[in-house]
Design a binder for this molecule. Sequence first.
Ligand SMILES: NC(=O)c1ccc[n+]([C@@H]2O[C@H](COP(=O)([O-])OP(=O)(O)OC[C@H]3O[C@@H](n4cnc5c(N)ncnc54)[C@H](OP(=O)(O)O)[C@@H]3O)[C@@H](O)[C@H]2O)c1
Length: 237
Amino acid sequence: MNQVLVTGATSGIGRAIAVTLHKAGFPVAATGRNQTALAELASEAPGIETLCLDLSDRPAVEAALQGRRVDILINNAGVMPRPGAFDAMAIEAIDQTVEVNLSAVLSLTHLLIPQMRARKSGHVIFTGSSAAHAPGANFAVYAATKAAIAAFATALRAEVSADGIRVTELVPGRVETALYQGVISDDARAAMYAGGGSLQPSDIADVVLAVLRLPPHADVTRLDIMPTRPVPPISLK
Ligand SMILES: NC(=O)c1ccc[n+]([C@@H]2O[C@H](COP(=O)([O-])OP(=O)(O)OC[C@H]3O[C@@H](n4cnc5c(N)ncnc54)[C@H](OP(=O)(O)O)[C@@H]3O)[C@@H](O)[C@H]2O)c1
């Protein structure tokens, strides 16, 4: 069975993907920085492999993945900077968002594509965002990183599809996760998920499993997953 590496598997979408694929019988290596969350994941999904990795620490990532086979790379980890006017953002927040959402994704993919090419098969999945394709005020840097991921996925596919490597950009709308924790107030966060209309992490995981179950000749290139009903606006309080 194909070996899976899921980043950002300590929480939200990545955790749901890791658990769902593990239950479906895929050998899964799940990464994140939060050791407690990794231990909880390992006890909920016995047999899953956990790797404590800060994706912005490239030497550590390279060392941890040295010699490891990865058939399915799920580039999911991401951060949301505090929403607000671009010119009011701290430079550190801009840098961290670009680092985690874009640079670390490029370097991890760069590390693992050669072995997929050598085997003439593989699958790279990116958790993009609807913000990439419908960018708006107060999310300029987050949207820019996700738009870059969309462009990268398209260009990468053009380079690797002849080697049997599939590339999928997931484009979720609002999913109820910890993404906004600490960057908007708890009340604003509760309000944005009020009404229960948001997607759940398991919805995205179910889609990923369906994509992976397609035969190797079928490449789902971009997949938009939106809440059916309109969701409440995000308050910047
Ligand atoms: N929630 C939404 O509405 C939504 C919509 C569209 C797209 N997305 C995208 O979905 C992806 C997953 O987000 P989520 O909503 O599931 O949020 P989440 O619950 O906050 O999960 C984010 C994950 O990223 C990991 N992460 C963050 N910085 C990292 C770093 N430096 N090194 C390694 N791992 C790091 C976190 O793990 P540790 O803290 O343990 O490191 C965590 O597992 C992100 O790319 C996000 O942009 C989310």
